[in-house]
Design a protein around this ligand. Sequence first.
Ligand code: NAG
Ligand code: NAG
Ligand code: NAG
Ligand code: NAG
Ligand code: NAG
Ligand code: NAG
Ligand code: NAG
Ligand code: NAG
Ligand code: NAG
Ligand code: NAG
Ligand code: NAG
Ligand code: NAG
Length: 640
Amino acid sequence: MIRCIAAVLAFASPFARVFADTLPSSYPHVYSNEPSTNLGPDWQSYFEVTESLPNVTFDVSRNFAGNIAVQREGHPNNTLFFWAFEKEEGSLTADANSSSTEPWGIWLNGGPGSSSMYGLLFGNGPINIASDYSALVNNYTWADVADYVWIDQPVGVGFATADADGYAPNEDQVGEDFMGFLENFVKVFPSLATRPLYITGESYAGVYIPYIMKTYFSMSNAPVNLAGVGIGNGAITSGQVFELLPALDTIQTYPQLIGYDPEVYKYFEEQSKLCGYDVNLTYPQGGIIPSVPLTLPTDRDVVFLLSEMRMRSFKSQLLSKLSARADEVHTLTRREEWKRDLTGRANGSIDSWYGCLLLDEFIDYALNYTYPWNISQTFDVYNIQDALNPEVTTDATVFLNDNQTRTALHAPTSKDWALSFEYTFGQSGSADPSPEPMVFLTELATNATAQNITIVLYSGNDDSLIAHRGTEIAIQNTTFGGIQGFTKKPSTPWYNESGSFAGIVHQERGWKYVLVHGAGHLVPTDAPDAAFVLARDFIFGSNETGLVDGDRVVGGENSTLAIDVLPGGDEIYYGVGATQSTYIYPSATRSAWEAFIQTATAAASAISQSQNNGCGVQQVKRTSKFGWAVSMITILCWIL
Ligand SMILES: *[C@@H]1O[C@H](CO)[C@@H](O)[C@H](O)[C@H]1NC(C)=O
Ligand SMILES: *[C@@H]1O[C@H](CO)[C@@H](O)[C@H](O)[C@H]1NC(C)=O
Ligand SMILES: *[C@@H]1O[C@H](CO)[C@@H](O)[C@H](O)[C@H]1NC(C)=O
Ligand SMILES: *[C@@H]1O[C@H](CO)[C@@H](O)[C@H](O)[C@H]1NC(C)=O
Ligand SMILES: *[C@@H]1O[C@H](CO)[C@@H](O)[C@H](O)[C@H]1NC(C)=O
Ligand SMILES: *[C@@H]1O[C@H](CO)[C@@H](O)[C@H](O)[C@H]1NC(C)=O
Ligand SMILES: *[C@@H]1O[C@H](CO)[C@@H](O)[C@H](O)[C@H]1NC(C)=O
Ligand SMILES: *[C@@H]1O[C@H](CO)[C@@H](O)[C@H](O)[C@H]1NC(C)=O
Ligand SMILES: *[C@@H]1O[C@H](CO)[C@@H](O)[C@H](O)[C@H]1NC(C)=O
Ligand SMILES: *[C@@H]1O[C@H](CO)[C@@H](O)[C@H](O)[C@H]1NC(C)=O
Ligand SMILES: *[C@@H]1O[C@H](CO)[C@@H](O)[C@H](O)[C@H]1NC(C)=O
Ligand SMILES: *[C@@H]1O[C@H](CO)[C@@H](O)[C@H](O)[C@H]1NC(C)=O
């Protein structure tokens, strides 16, 4: 699934999106022991998962699952699906107004259209599904930190149900549906109404969670007590900021992408500047960071790409061109020639074929020229280090659609569970019309500060799709606690349970930023140990590592870490699934690069002041001409 999407990204600009003509209708299943009373604590025994789950031979804490209505007028079948696990025996079923200091958590995957069962079964849930479909205990589940609830939403996603004409048309509706669900949910588990709630999630949940918060803040009588949020690799900014702007940083994190070739780096550096991607972050930040324009290719008509059929033939054309090229590229000499054949490209103008789609461009470059990637392969935008083809299987359909599982979880029978589909907003099927959360983040932060709600933004360092640079821009572009952005550059290390370096943490005025070393887009999946500590100490906990306290920073500032780019691993994993191989470039290549990049980045920061590229007018025009495309770009590309 991930691979398939990444392949589209690799060979086309991300503007193609195809909508189903009609959306399926689904509704919750009424199991025989369903109470006839209104929702209340007597429903706990109905929702409790008492029948055994296939392959789950180990103990899991008491858990509860099923569908609950979102209370949307005229849509009684619109529900969300939850699967909740207790931290301790009886903790979730505590009485109203009790356990009032015991937190609880919610996990949301993104998409739009991806099921949070992915997070549960492949990430931070108590049960993990292995590549052979067996079930394993997860020693790093977030359900050990707090009572935890994984929720399929918006309506229609995963096991959540929706009328064909009841899918959420925009993010405000997503927020209202979520609050409608929560109001019902706390009728069943009444202590949750007053206990501190932490909403966590990743990727497109970086859109959902801010809108859920916005809805929460607009309510005079919210059903829950929000205490904090934790957003991982979140789609908070515009697509060009989180996805395209960070390209040069990603290349610097993984110079393997360009075979450690300084000429190629210089080419991308120039493109990045021409595209207006060389945004300067300062600590403190002086003033609003202007919107970053999107410059589309001029050689390609993006409207042309919208039709799926044309898009397919375009793709196969490019693929056959690439194959032909690959046959010629067998000798190293020719390969080296092409590598440096940037004629007509590094000439002070934006490449006409790629425009400013620099992510696409470096992916193509890696697939065209760089070992161990190759053109018959797709590219894992979510985790650069992972060039496995095919990847290790992560498939929960067998487990979740099994009748025994379905019955035990009180899941719907009117639909099968699927990891993901392209969520269409509204009946006619269109992209999410809601503006990116960046637009109202300062207002949201002001509301959050007034209620002592902690905001944690974290990023897996190896993600190229929603890379950490965009998150840093979002933070520096937001005023919280009366000051814009962080006043000191994040540079304090933190460590996982095993005592290994886990990345960088920084905290100021109720905002925390955590960069996770050795993890991609799916932090709990890629680095379960570090993710557990992140949840326990920074999202739910008040560990002060990285906290600015007057002139000092708790845990110290490390100048080696006060950098824009935290180097990734040397290893690239390739080969088939579990029988993987590891490729590391020769040490001479790596040390030559080291010497080059230090000089190059030092020079860049010295001269960046005067880089005014003169293509602003053209960029603005293109942005408005293809205004819809700007929002489209944020659709196809994310999935979990
Ligand atoms: C809700 O689902 C039931 C099936 O359980 C169906 O009979 C009914 O028509 C649906 N209601 C709406 C409003 O779609
Ligand atoms: C819980 O507290 C609220 C007020 O804080 C009160 O209205 C409600 O009756 C209490 N519920 C129970 C079951 O004690
Ligand atoms: C249970 O695990 C086995 C592998 O051990 C797998 O073949 C089977 O599909 C799994 N069953 C379910 C329902 O997930
Ligand atoms: C989980 O922890 C137990 C006990 O500490 C250990 O025996 C087991 O191997 C661990 N499981 C995994 C999947 O790491
Ligand atoms: C902030 O809170 C006010 C109510 O105090 C609400 O009207 C507004 O919509 C909220 N805005 C955001 C972005 O949370
Ligand atoms: C910075 O925030 C403003 C809103 O305050 C927004 O218009 C602008 O696009 C943001 N800049 C970036 C680079 O996201
Ligand atoms: C990759 O190869 C294709 C086909 O030859 C070519 O059109 C494209 O420009 C190449 N991309 C890069 C970034 O080198
Ligand atoms: C699962 O249940 C459905 C009806 O609920 C039934 O049609 C199907 O045959 C069952 N599958 C298996 C493998 O038992
Ligand atoms: C704010 O929340 C923190 C923990 O998140 C807590 O220690 C502190 O007492 C709270 N302050 C107020 C004024 O509620
Ligand atoms: C806080 O986090 C640091 C860094 O991860 C760790 O060394 C320390 O033990 C934690 N402190 C507390 C009180 O948990
Ligand atoms: C700073 O961080 C680097 C990289 O993690 C490490 O090698 C070095 O020991 C750290 N320095 C101090 C003073 O902690
Ligand atoms: C970035 O900010 C720093 C510190 O304020 C300044 O020295 C540098 O010239 C700025 N660069 C650009 C491109 O604005």
